[in-house]
Design a protein around this ligand. Structure first.
Ligand code: SAH
Ligand code: SF4
Ligand code: F3S
Length: 441
């Protein structure tokens, strides 16, 4: 019987990517996936620490692992990811039943630990490797993550990520192009390039191997078989015209940009150390709309940053109203250990944060619903993912704008088909496959 593993993943796409690599590495060691924690010899958590809620969600899951470890002390419990990195060796003092802990920079050490003679508790917290170098077990056959860089050199005053992922290091372009070619040969149609700040890609590379993010996009677009390219996240400070133009020029690069706003008030942005102003951000949006008029725009917004006044918050509402995002992730500010903003006076009371959040969500959803109506009556290319989650007699896929499309038709996962859109909500589109539409007509 092979040993069996179970991985629970919290957090962002980079963690989803890292977990696919963890699973690929474990399978190359001869482990097999277990259907539940109770059936696993190795129980892993790939953690996130971006907000307090992320910490508590993970700690709630740990209870079951503790109980299972008590039942069978041979079981190995491992904790990786950003939360582990942020507390380091403290993991073992707080949770004595944990056997191994590792940060995002030393995932590969897990293999060393598991194959060692004795399993005494160990922690690995150096920043030394790319998880992208490990074998992957992809969750979705036709979609692949590509880690183009790790770490972040920004110093956003609210953010824990620079301390959990280290300084920014880019992978060489030739390696990335080869990885994308392998993915395409393996049936992947859509790649998503990942980094904390993708458009600062390459600045740390030696001069003779250095290319810009826009050049990297062009090289990946040229890989045969790749039909869609996405990336996340760009930083507005580094969003240059060449990247925006690439969306109009490169056939595979999708009409969607996730451009984190964080706040619509220049004063708050300054205290956040975002290094752009409201005007500069709106100027980027105007440039996008000029070159790629139909581009979907999504964003991240934080409400209740320390010192945020009613007037500051209204400026955020104004930007959300003016831009008309296709969607937005909205967050209540959460003080994080070791960050500058957590030490600021005038923290905003919780009830006020919640009230502002509700007002923001109203604007975001209304504008997203309005924006989505532009798709009704159009025929969009959809990458088929499988059966619809709400109605298994229908299919589900995504448009190039990153909209979920539920539709009637016959198609296999991984196919790109034309779907005529008949209805739209703020979240999803409804339609019918064109062939079906013309057959019925
Ligand atoms: N590197 C990416 C993602 C950062 S984390 C980027 O810079 O875009 C994803 C989002 O979480 C951020 O964009 C921000 O909106 C939110 N976030 C980060 N720290 C936070 C905190 N302390 N409280 C609330 N939201 C936070
Ligand atoms: Fe955090 Fe800012 Fe870096 Fe994004 S750019 S990971 S928000 S420090
Ligand atoms: Fe969370 Fe780390 Fe991602 S803190 S959001 S898993 S970079």
């Amino acid at each position: 019987m092979p040993k069996r593993y179970h991985v629970t993943t919290f957090g962002c796409q980079m963690n989803a990517h890292d977990s696919e690599r963890i699973q690929g590495m474990l399978e190359s060691l001869g482990y097999a996936a277990a259907a539940s924690r109770a059936q696993a010899d190795l129980i892993l958590f790939n953690t996130c620490s971006i907000r307090e809620a992320a910490d508590s969600r993970f700690v709630a899951h740990l209870g079951e692992a503790k109980r299972l470890k008590r039942e069978d002390p041979e079981r190995v419990i491992g904790v990786g990811g950003c939360w582990a990195q942020s507390v380091k060796e403290e993991v073992f003092a707080r949770f004595p039943f944990v056997d191994v802990a590792f940060g995002p920079g030393q995932v590969h050490k897990l293999a060393e630990f598991l194959t060692a003679e004795s399993l005494t508790a160990q922690g690995f917290f150096e920043f030394e490797g790319f998880t992208g170098h490990l074998p992957a077990k992809r969750a979705r056959e036709h979609q692949g993550w590509v880690q183009i860089s790790v770490g972040c050199n920004s110093v956003c005053s609210y953010c824990i990520v620079p301390s959990t992922r280290g300084r920014e290091v880019s992978r060489p372009p030739a390696e990335l192009v080869a990885e994308v070619a392998d993915l395409a040969a393996d049936g992947v149609r859509e790649v998503t390039l990942l980094g904390q700040n993708v458009n600062s890609y390459g600045r740390d590379l030696p001069r003779d191997r250095r290319i810009t993010f826009a050049q990297l996009l062009a090289e990946i677009d040229a890989v045969p078989g790749v039909r869609r390219i996405r990336y996340t996240s760009p930083h507005p400070k580094d969003m240059r015209e060449d990247v925006i133009r690439a969306h109009a020029q490169l056939p595979a690069l999708c009409e969607h940009i996730h451009l984190p706003l964080q706040s619509g008030s220049s004063a708050v942005l300054r205290r956040m150390r975002r290094t752009y102003s409201r005007e500069r951000y709106l100027d980027r949006v105007a440039l996008i709309r000029e070159h790629v008029p139909d581009c979907a725009l999504t964003t991240d917004i934080i409400v209740g940053f320390p010192g945020e006044t009613e007037a500051d918050f209204e400026q955020t509402l104004e930007v959300a109203e003016a831009v008309g995002y296709d969607g937005a992730f909205t967050f209540i500010y959460s003080p994080r250990r070791g960050t500058e903003a957590a030490t600021l006076a005038d923290q905003v009371p919780h009830e006020r944060k919640v009230a502002r959040m509700e007002r923001l969500v109203e604007v975001v959803q209304r504008r997203a619903r309005e924006r989505a109506q532009r798709f009704v009556g159009r025929t969009l290319e959809v990458l088929v993912e499988g059966p619809s989650r709400t109605d298994p007699t229908r299919l589900r896929g995504r448009s190039r704008h990153n909209r979920v499309v539920n539709f009637d038709g016959l198609a296999a996962p991984g196919e790109l088909i034309d779907v005529r859109i008949t209805a739209a909500t703020s979240q999803t589109l409804t339609g019918e496959a064109s062939l079906l539409a013309s057959a019925g007509a």
